[in-house]
Ligand binder design. Structure first.
Ligand code: C2E
Ligand code: MG
Ligand code: MG
Ligand code: MG
Length: 290
């Protein structure tokens, strides 16, 4: 769009751009219907910890999906950016959080201390909203879910916007017992001085640095640096998008022992997570989405 063209301040609408604007308007309208009529649903992707040598499930990431009545399944890569532009993202994020809390409430009743934390992606507009932490606390209390079962994933962009306000929100969340992760780490502009001050529990190494890491010296250097930095900041580190044994082996050799990726598990329905939680110890087998 106009912002991406850089130099020119004028924006001449071509037929293609009009089409694009219309498409976005349709998407916006349909997304509102999706929110109202519950066409959205949440999948959970297990994360594994291999530090003991054996893969053990250590938690899940909640990932939203949209079952469109005519267009079928739409991935968040398509509708989240639009929702971020038009302000619908906060409604989606809040809806996802409610679903996750409801699910966690059930799991707490069913599995007590075998329940594992769920991380939820939070967009800039929700995270930076006044009283975000207080609102979340209220939601946790209403759902009778202990705060340590929720981890929030924010991107570098969210974390680095406005130091004092962000720090204040993060400190409130920390005092509540909610964990924080920086998502897609390495793709944005992290201010390392900020990062040092923030009470962040985990860095998630973006899939871009993981894909084919065994063949790429630059990716190797970056992942090594991120892993070492996380250690020196007393943060955990997890690699996203691990698909092959070669990637996993290389990550392990630089000290990154927690993974999220198709090599272990795909995003799954809550009912499939139930089967995992029922199994004692949560030992991960290789399990693929149908
Ligand atoms: P993300 O938060 O970085 O989530 C990880 C993405 O990587 C997910 O894509 C997941 O399905 C995918 N993934 C996991 N393992 C692998 C793998 O081994 N290979 C490959 N190629 N991909 C893998 P998904 O579910 O399509 O979500 C895309 C993005 O949409 C997310 O990236 C996140 O930024 C956003 N998103 C998803 N759900 C929500 C939500 O509820 N709220 C907000 N604000 N954003 C969300
Ligand atoms: Mg995420
Ligand atoms: Mg990510
Ligand atoms: Mg992402």
């Amino acid at each position: 769009h106009a912002k991406a063209t850089g130099g020119s301040r004028h924006c001449f609408y071509s037929p293609a751009m009009k089409e694009d604007a219309r498409t976005r308007l349709t998407l916006r309208r349909e997304l509102q219907i999706a929110i109202d009529q519950e066409q959205l649903f949440v999948l959970f992707q297990p994360k594994v910890d291999c530090s003991s040598g054996q893969p053990e499930v250590s938690g899940f990431e909640a990932l939203v999906r949209w079952q469109h009545p005519e267009k079928g399944l739409i991935s968040p890569g398509i509708f989240i950016p639009t929702a971020e532009e038009n302000g619908q993202i906060s409604d989606i994020d809040r809806w996802v959080m409610e679903q996750v809390l409801e699910q966690l409430g059930e799991w707490v009743q069913r599995y007590q201390d075998r329940v594992m934390p769920v991380s939820v992606n939070v967009s800039a507009s929700l995270f930076s909203r006044a009283h975000f932490a207080e609102t979340l606390l209220e939601m946790l209390e209403n759902a009778a879910v202990p705060a340590h079962l929720i981890e929030l994933e924010v991107t570098e962009h969210v974390a680095m916007a406005g130091f004092h306000r962000t720090l204040e929100t993060m400190q409130k969340l920390k005092s509540m017992g909610v964990s924080l992760a920086i998502d897609d780490f390495g793709t944005g502009h992290s201010n390392l001085a900020y990062l040092r001050e923030f009470p962040v529990n985990r860095l998630k190494i973006d899939i871009a640095f993981v894909k084919g890491i065994e063949l790429d010296a630059k990716k190797q250097g970056l992942v090594q640096a991120i892993t070492d930095m996380a250690k020196s900041l007393s943060m955990d580190v997890i690699a996203e998008g691990v698909e092959t044994d070669a990637e996993r082996e290389f990550l392990q050799s630089v000290g990154c022992t927690c993974y999220q990726g198709y090599l272990f598990y795909r995003p799954m329905a809550a009912a499939d997570i139930d089967l995992l939680l029922k199994r004692d110890g949560g030992q991960a087998g290789v399990m693929h989405e149908k």
